[in-house]
Design a protein around this ligand. Structure first.
Ligand SMILES: [Cu+2]
Length: 190
């Protein structure tokens, strides 16, 4: 019995808390809804990337709420339920700068190449209009399987990959070609 007293005391505290109907872990555990959001967000990237990533949720008004503070420079966000397929995403720091520019209709920093994982796939309202929130009349959602994204307009336009309204999403293609938000969509399995 060379263990410190910390363990039995912690155990006693847990028993006490339980007997008074208090969840012993209430202070540290995320709310169930938040836990589901975190799990969704982290499913976008390989575990080794998402484990130490920051997780944020986007509010209806474009506000952001941090659900998990990370340490590796990556940021993950959960599925957007307004689209018809799961589309959680993890972005590196350059990718976040790109995404923030996109969300505020600003021009992404030209000299930075952002990287992003979308290993759960994605549904996009348009492959040509960066700000569409639903497909144009007669068009359908652009559905892409698991992919990574290379977020830089100059890199996308010099890649030579095709874009257009109805891309073959099983092969590399350019999304939002000809705009400041052009990026390479690179399927990784199918
Ligand atoms: Cu994309």
């Amino acid at each position: 019995m060379h263990k410190t007293l910390a363990f039995p005391i912690k155990g006693a505290a847990a028993v006490l808390a339980a007997s008074f109907g208090v969840a012993a872990h209430a202070a540290s555990a995320a709310k169930p809804a938040d836990a589901a959001l975190i799990q969704s967000a982290m499913s976008a990237a390989p575990q080794e990337v998402s484990r130490n990533a920051t997780v944020i949720a986007m509010g209806a008004n474009g506000s952001m709420r941090t659900l998990k503070q990370g340490s590796n420079g990556w940021t993950c966000m959960p599925d957007d339920p307004k689209t018809p397929a799961p589309d959680p995403m993890c972005l590196d720091e350059n990718g976040m700068a790109w995404a923030q520019a996109w969300m505020t209709h600003a021009v992404p920093p030209a000299g930075k190449v952002g990287l992003a994982y979308m290993l759960a796939g994605a549904a996009d309202a348009s492959n040509t209009d960066p700000f569409a929130d639903k497909p144009a009349t007669g068009q359908s959602w652009v559905i892409t399987g698991p992919h990574i994204m290379i977020l830089n307009a100059a890199v996308a336009s010099s890649s030579g990959y095709p874009g257009g309204a109805k891309p073959d999403t099983t092969r590399p293609y350019v999304m939002f070609g000809g705009t400041p938000y052009a990026h390479i969509m690179l399927p990784v399995k199918r």
